[in-house]
Design a protein around this ligand. Structure first.
Ligand code: FES
Length: 147
């Protein structure tokens, strides 16, 4: 994947003056705090990838579904991103742990790495993600208008 080594601390924002493109991921009710998340397809400049949304301390967070130490998806069982405590996101393969709100490595082989943030919004009972210049909508997807 052709993303820079250092993920941005905050999700990128839509350039001023351009209309936001929002793609629906799931219903708000599908995410429980510290529980199962929802995956969605996206593209990077180098190919297909996936992102995911989870709810943590009441707030929906979006991340590229790729470990910071090896470019593998985090969830072995689809949608299972939290560890048993519900406090950390975990790579099911090698055990890297990430803070759900900042994406920073909290232990394991991701040492000093971070998850790549994805801009997400929750409104009117649904959760949407916002593509940008690095994380692109999947080719077959049509952007959905909120509401
Ligand atoms: S690929 Fe990095 S901990 Fe699993």
């Amino acid at each position: 994947m052709n993303l820079p080594n250092n993920p941005p601390v905050n999700p990128p924002v839509n350039p001023p003056g351009s209309p936001p493109v929002l793609i629906q991921v799931c219903a708000s009710a599908d995410l429980t705090d510290g529980g199962k998340g929802a995956r969605f397809a996206l593209r990077t400049r180098s190919g297909q990838a996936s992102g995911f949304v989870v709810r943590y301390q009441g707030v929906v967070r979006g991340w590229l579904n790729q470990c910071a130490h090896v470019p593998m998806e985090l969830d072995w069982q689809e949608g299972v991103f939290f560890d048993d405590s519900g406090l950390y996101l975990i790579c099911a393969t090698h055990g890297a742990m990430y803070e759900p709100d900042s994406g920073r490595c909290a232990g394991g082989p991701c040492r000093g790495g971070r998850l790549w943030p994805i801009a997400v919004i929750e409104q009117q009972g649904s959760i949407y993600w916002q593509p940008d210049d690095k994380l692109l909508a999947p080719a077959e997807s049509e952007p959905a208008a909120p509401g």
